[in-house]
Design a protein around this ligand. Structure first.
Ligand SMILES: [Zn+2]
Length: 301
């Protein structure tokens, strides 16, 4: 079967006032639901965070960079986190994938209800330099407004952000996507007011994708009345880069005494002596027998 990708369309206004990103993230969100077996509300929350992180990843300056967007709320969802690379490929998790609430009076999933209050954290790993960290208080817990606030406060980049995830009754993703429009320095005032007016039409962004609108058609709504150039459209996906090598490093950093303690406890409890590490992002399991785990320290002695 041919692999289906999510896509990000990138564009810039002709006068250089703003750049725009439109992402259809339906495939990414469906993959996340499959892996994490979420409730409908958790699917919407995790989906919005993955969608935002995918776009934010493509804003990174270098190919080796990665970024993480974390929503640390005090509601029943706990922490919801997504990590993206420079190419916009993402992976994520939610502490409580079963967090769920009744629909809001307007018929929408109560994303802010399961988030509660808390903070939004962005960290960027930019190679050898000191990692960048930016935190803000959540504004609404609906994610799009929180991300917009982050850009305004932490990056001094005014950003219009719309995010939406539509979940089917069988808890698959019907449609998911987002729009980011960022003002560049010296943006034309008249263009700003047009963009703000256009943004009102992007309130129900997921239903626009559900109706079958393409990224380009949605971009036309976001930049209605403004001349722009299309930059490119890139394929992005839910992608986990975990490996046995990485879990080896995790075990080594735990230290030999700690590992020996685990095995000793298992022995005393009459359990099988083995260490199993599970990837938070894709649920893949990496299993080590006692011999395999202790062998990791052999050449270090
Ligand atoms: Zn993984």
């Amino acid at each position: 079967m041919e692999k289906k990708y999510s896509k990000i369309l990138r564009a810039m206004t002709k006068d250089g006032s703003a750049r725009a990103y439109v992402i259809n993230s339906t495939e990414i969100v469906n993959e996340a639901i499959k892996i994490h077996k979420t409730s409908p509300t958790a699917a919407a929350l995790l989906g919005r965070v993955l969608t935002a992180a995918s776009v934010m990843g493509t804003m990174l300056p270098e190919k080796e960079c990665t970024m993480t967007l974390a929503i640390r709320g005090n509601g029943m969802a706990g922490t919801t986190l997504a990590t993206s690379d420079y190419y916009g490929n993402v992976k994520g998790y939610i502490s409580n994938p079963l967090a769920d609430l009744p629909l809001k009076p307007n018929g929408k999933l109560d994303v802010s209800g399961i988030v509660g209050g808390g903070i939004l954290c962005v960290s960027k790993d930019v190679g050898d330099e000191v990692p960048y960290n930016g935190n803000i208080e959540l504004v609404s817990g609906e994610i799009a407004e929180d991300v917009a606030q982050y850009f305004a406060v932490s990056e001094q980049t005014p950003t219009l952000c719309a995010l939406g995830v539509l979940v089917n009754p069988d808890i698959t993703c019907k449609a998911s996507g987002g729009v980011f429009v960022q003002l560049l320095p010296f943006a034309d005032e008249s263009i700003i007011s047009v963009l703000e007016e256009n943004a009102k039409s992007l309130n129900n962004i997921s239903s626009k994708f559900a109706e079958g609108l393409s990224n380009e058609e949605i971009l036309k709504i976001a930049l209605n009345g403004i001349e722009y150039d299309l930059f490119d459209e890139i394929e992005v996906e839910y992608k986990c880069d975990c490996s046995r090598k990485r879990t080896e490093r995790a075990l080594i950093s735990l230290g030999k005494p700690e590992i020996e303690k685990i095995f000793l406890e298992q022995k005393e409890e009459g359990k099988e002596e083995k260490i199993e590490l599970e990837c938070h992002f894709c649920n893949k399991k990496y299993s080590y027998t006692k011999e395999e785990a202790l062998a990791l320290f052999k050449d270090k002695e």
